[in-house]
Design a protein around this ligand. Structure first.
Ligand SMILES: O=C(O)c1cc(C(=O)O)c2c(n1)C(=O)C(=O)c1cc(C(=O)O)[nH]c1-2
Length: 259
């Protein structure tokens, strides 16, 4: 795999993909060690960002919570577009059969009398529960430019990178059940003014993210085989972690963070 030309966003400019030296003779990690390396990146997850820490320890004002929900909505609507990009680049029918579930999870569906409103609608309900109107969420008026750029970088990466790399970039979900559980554990205690029903999105995601991770990990462990490729996978995961971190930086700058 040639990672010396092209940056980590999959666009063709001649910057090195990484500044970290790589040892070409280093042996590949076995799956257990490689997965451990991927999980190790969780130390940079946005669960540790001061803005998130503020939100999940009860120190956020209603305005800060509303700002977060309104901005994260842009991520929520980008996810199924990103997943459609993965599908469009993937020639493997077996993978597509599973991956398509992610689009249904977020967009919802009505098939043969079975109906699911989907994650985007659940997120709007969260927004309404925290005091936003449906219109001000969906017209994106609160979305900060830097949040938009960060999220767009994720979608663009999925459009232009090999589909296995896009799959790898979804692996921040390894760490997502913990952050959803954290919200479910702390928000009712600290923010009693938010109706419990508004938190349904987080309840749904705990199991959905676990299932996503199983699939994403299987593809990643199978595809990135040499040590060089495995290092590339770590780089992709760090790129995605940076996207989430940058979103939080932008929100902290706009709404303030007390930590
Ligand atoms: O609330 C969060 O902190 C958080 C983080 C992430 C993530 O780690 O990318 C996702 C989600 N939530 C989420 O709800 C979700 O559906 C989701 C899909 C993906 C992805 O990359 O395909 N990440 C995430």
């Amino acid at each position: 795999m040639n990672t010396s030309v092209g940056n980590r966003f999959g666009t063709p400019f001649n910057a090195p993909a990484t500044t970290r030296p790589r040892d070409p003779a280093a042996p590949a990690w076995d799956h257990v060690a490689f997965e451990a390396q991927l999980r190790e990146q969780g130390k940079s997850y946005h669960i540790h960002h001061p803005f998130n820490v503020m939100l999940n320890t009860g120190r956020a004002t209603p305005e800060q919570i509303r700002g977060w929900v309104a901005n994260r909505f842009y991520y929520q609507i980008a996810i199924p577009v990103k997943d459609a990009a993965v599908l469009s680049n993937c020639p493997d029918r077996a993978v597509r059969r599973e991956w398509i579930q992610r689009i249904l999870d977020h967009d919802g569906f009505e098939i043969g009398g079975v109906k699911d409103e989907g994650g985007i609608e659940a997120w709007i309900r969260l927004g309404i529960a925290v005091g936003l109107t449906r219109e001000e969420i969906t017209d994106l008026r609160h979305v900060i430019p830097a949040v938009r750029f960060a999220v767009d970088a994720y979608v663009n990466f999925a459009r232009h990178a090999p589909w296995q790399e896009a799959v790898c970039s979804s692996l921040t979900e390894l760490f997502a059940p913990e952050i959803h559980k954290q919200r479910l554990a702390t928000w009712p205690e600290h923010y009693g003014w938010i109706e419990s029903e508004g938190l349904q999105y987080f309840r749904n995601r705990v199991s959905q993210a676990r299932r996503d991770v199983e699939q994403g990990l299987a593809v990643t462990l199978g595809h990135f085989q040499t040590r060089d490729q495995q290092e590339r996978a770590l780089e992709i995961l760090r790129f995605k972690l940076d996207i989430l971190w940058a979103m939080n930086d932008a929100m902290a700058q706009r709404y303030g963070a007390d930590a």
